[in-house]
Design a protein around this ligand. Structure first.
Ligand code: GDP
Ligand code: MG
Length: 436
């Protein structure tokens, strides 16, 4: 998803000013990327419509860096789509807080009951785990194993009725001063009535402060459908999205809140007991958008620079054999990347106020190119040939002054000097990344 979105934005960045149709075209690509990542169709459609509206409305097109503005809006809307800010567990006036975990079989309920217990414990709480899955013989044992890893006690009553187990566990917690009761429940392969009735009964009996639905992110839109069904029947308070470490396309994370109205509270990122994170919509949005500007600049360069000629130029630069042909080639390549100020502003360590002082005029590049084009091939390859009479001829040929030709000669000399300093390992590495 990050790659696909990156591509859409790359095109925007290559343009200076944006038109409404540029934005629309980019949003069409964003929508496709979202659909491919298994985001719900309606969510994707509404999302891109909202961004288009904002981008076209908010003076974005007139701003100095319209592409960046659009990306900023996308980032904000992605964050909002996932719920805005992070959601905490509730704590009732009279502890314990009862957390009921529910979800389909294999979603990660048992694992995440223990992960959550460990997280709460590390924050100074005294959670109690409750074995409410009485149907699979190994289920209680499994909870005891992960409970031990978390260092949290496990309450079990064998194959007693889960409703009774839950009630007894809450009493036990009151007696022993546990402030959180985390009830692991049974799952089924599919949502069925018997399971739902059992969960409803537990809910009625212990009145949970939080009902957390555990869903497997790898199941994509199916995870969202499951969330909708559980929410309709149980009125869940939040979602734990598991297996985000796997090969997921990210769609579930983006659609859950929009479809169910319930926030993702935690994310599971691995099989180990510590692989649990509080879900931060803003961080997730940045993760989805990926890479900083510098990275995208390098990619810009890679995509647009004709690799062969870049390699040749780089090689010659390293050998300090730059001539006017190389300079011309550079003008051509840089032009492909868009306005110079935009390029420079993305580089680290470039001071933006300095940039404003600098007289960077893209037209100078065109004029310089014209000067080189009125040289003979021999002169382009051998800058040292340029004596006064030749310079006069060249200046006349392109309708410019001898000073202009001199300035260009100096520029070449300075570049040769710069490249001399740039030589060695560091320079080579950079050239390689630029496509050389
Ligand atoms: P339950 O049936 O809902 O209780 O699911 P379990 O907790 O037994 O988990 C099912 C499987 O998924 C186990 O093999 C877990 O190790 C694995 N699992 C759970 N959460 C994650 C996760 O966040 N990442 C990965 N990679 N595996 C997970
Ligand atoms: Mg289980």
């Amino acid at each position: 998803l990050a790659d696909k979105l990156g591509n859409a934005f790359k095109k925007l960045k290559s343009k200076g000013k944006l038109t409404e149709s540029d934005v629309k075209e980019a949003m069409r690509e964003v929508r496709l990327a979202l659909l491919e990542a298994d985001v719900n169709y309606k969510v994707a459609k509404d999302f891109t419509a909202r961004i288009t509206e904002r981008a076209v409305g908010e003076d974005v097109m007139e701003s100095l860096t319209p592409a960046q503005m659009v990306i900023k809006i996308v980032n904000e809307e992605l964050t909002a789509l996932m719920g805005g800010s992070e959601e905490r567990l509730k704590m009732p006036a009279h502890p314990p807080a009862v957390i009921m975990m529910c979800g389909l079989q294999g979603a990660g309920k048992t694992t995440h009951s223990a992960k959550l217990a460990k997280m709460l414990k590390s924050r100074g709480s005294r959670p109690l785990l409750v074995a409410g899955d009485i149907y699979r013989p190994a289920a209680i044992k499994q909870l005891q194993v992960v409970g031990a890893q978390a260092g949290v006690p496990v309450f079990e009553m064998g194959t007693e009725d889960p409703v009774k187990i839950a009630q007894a566990a809450v009493r036990h917690a009151r007696d022993y001063g546990n402030d959180y009761v985390i009830i692991d429940t049974a799952g089924r392969l599919q949502i069925d009535e018997a399971l739902m009735n059992e969960l409803k009964n537990i809910k009625e009996a212990v009145n949970p402060t939080d009902i957390l639905l555990v869903v497997d992110a790898m199941t994509g839109q199916e995870a969202v459908n499951v969330a909708k069904s559980f929410d309709d029947l149980l009125d869940i308070t939040g979602v734990i999205l598991t297996k985000l470490d796997g090969d997921t396309r990210g769609g579930a994370a983006l659609s859950v809140k929009a479809i169910t109205g319930k926030p993702i509270k935690f994310a599971g990122t691995g099989e180990k007991i510590d692989d649990l994170e509080v879900f931060h919509p803003d961080r997730m949005a940045s993760r989805i958008l990926g890479m900083g500007d510098v990275l995208s600049l390098i990619e810009d360069a890679q995509a647009k620079i004709d690799e062969k000629s870049a390699a040749r130029t780089a090689e010659r630069m390293m050998q300090n054999k730059m001539d006017f042909n190389d300079l011309l080639e550079q003008f051509r390549q840089v032009k492909k990347m868009g306005p110079l100020k935009g390029i420079l502003s993305k580089l680290p360590g470039i001071n933006s106020s300095k940039l404003d002082e600098m007289d960077i005029d893209d037209r100078i590049m065109d004029r310089n190119a014209a000067i080189i084009l009125s040289m003979t091939p021999e002169e382009r390859a051998k800058p040292e040939l340029l004596q006064a009479s030749r310079k006069r001829r060249i200046a006349a040929g392109c309708g410019m002054k001898v000073e202009d030709v001199n300035r260009l000669c100096n520029q070449l000399k300075q570049m040769q000097k710069l490249m001399k300093q740039f030589g060695g390992k560091k320079g080579k590495k950079m050239m390689a990344r630029m496509g050389g």
